[in-house]
Design a protein around this ligand. Structure first.
Ligand code: HEC
Length: 289
């Protein structure tokens, strides 16, 4: 009899904290997220080292961001959504800017909805794994590499899902001493970042090996400006007597018409880091590739 009672108390001692945890996590979204991002439980995303070889059906991932009122940062996704195949490794960008005059450390928590898809949403690289420090008015773009596991389609509970939302909330950090500098965390090579931006902002007009609306860009780094034979340059750019290098490309991409009056490229890149990434990418392109 005594034995039974003690088993009962042991069971109770185990169940009460569990019940409290379940109650808290289902009633408080924020606590739930904090709890889950601390423990890696279902509903938050998993970390992975590489994407599988398999490619499945298309799915849409939407991005959402929130900043805690206590954190004077601007934090936005650089794309609202991406469409990708299950198993396909994808890169998305977020941008954070410290609007204050002080160094500030932030920490992101994240969640995916529907929550049942969380186990299949895998991040390979993410600023959310650490605390982040931004200097006064520093602005950085932050990449997240992820894929959605093709297993999602084999789980009867999730195989009807066509859209997943990845949501981040940035909080002011409670332990600023553990911060890494956000600018230094970005381990994706700049040229890869540039390649992604090229696909979004340049590829409608430029290809690498043939002329389109704009001239071919394979081998542009080091090439004389306005020199692709047969391409109908504007009078301003045609036969210019300088080569494209980091400096001239930077000026061109900041504003083609400001550099060369009459230039017909209707695009400019305002962000200095994005220009640097683009130049790093253009530098890797050989002619004829
Ligand atoms: C809407 C079309 C369009 C888009 C988008 C565009 N370009 Fe261009 N680009 C042009 C045109 C047209 C020219 C030729 C300009 C002229 O003759 O004045 C050009 C010229 C250039 C040149 C000079 C090449 C040479 O042979 O001298 C570079 C470098 C360049 N673009 C890079 C880029 C990059 C990088 C992007 C993406 C950020 C981009 N362009 C986006 C239309 C575009």
């Amino acid at each position: 009899m005594k034995k039974k009672i003690s088993n009962f108390w042991v069971a109770l001692a185990v169940c009460i904290p569990l019940a409290i945890m379940i109650a808290i996590s289902s009633y408080s979204v924020t606590l739930y997220r904090l709890f889950c991002s601390a423990t890696g439980a279902n509903g938050t995303t998993r970390r992975a080292t590489s994407a599988p070889d398999e490619r499945g059906r298309f799915i849409t991932v939407l991005f959402d961001t929130t900043v805690s009122p206590a954190l004077p940062w601007r934090f936005v996704p650089l794309q609202r959504r991406v469409r990708l195949r299950l198993g396909e490794e994808t890169l998305a960008y977020f941008e954070a800017e410290n609007l204050s005059d002080h160094d500030i450390v932030g920490r992101a928590t994240f969640n995916v909805t529907p929550e049942k898809t969380g186990v299949y949403f895998k991040k390979i690289q993410c600023f959310c794994f650490n605390e982040q420090m931004l200097h006064p008015h520093q602005k950085v773009s932050m990449p997240v590499t992820f894929f959605v596991d093709p297993e999602l389609d084999r789980d009867p509970n999730t195989n009807d899902v066509n859209e997943i939302t990845l949501a981040y909330t940035f909080f002011r950090s409670i332990k600023p001493d553990q911060a890494v500098e956000l600018g230094k965390l970005n381990t994706v090579p700049a040229s890869e970042v540039g390649q992604q931006i090229f696909a979004v902002q340049c590829s409608s007009c430029h290809e690498l090996t043939r002329d389109k609306i704009g001239p071919r860009l394979g081998g542009v780094f080091g090439r004389m400006a306005g020199s692709v034979a047969g391409y109908p340059y504007s009078a301003g750019l045609h036969g210019k007597k300088f080569a494209w290098d980091a400096k001239t490309l930077n000026t061109w991409l900041s504003g083609p018409q400001a550099m060369i009056p009459g230039a017909t490229m209707p695009v400019q890149m305002q962000d200095v880091q994005e220009r640097a990434a683009m130049i790093a990418y253009l530098r890797t392109l050989k002619a004829g590739e």
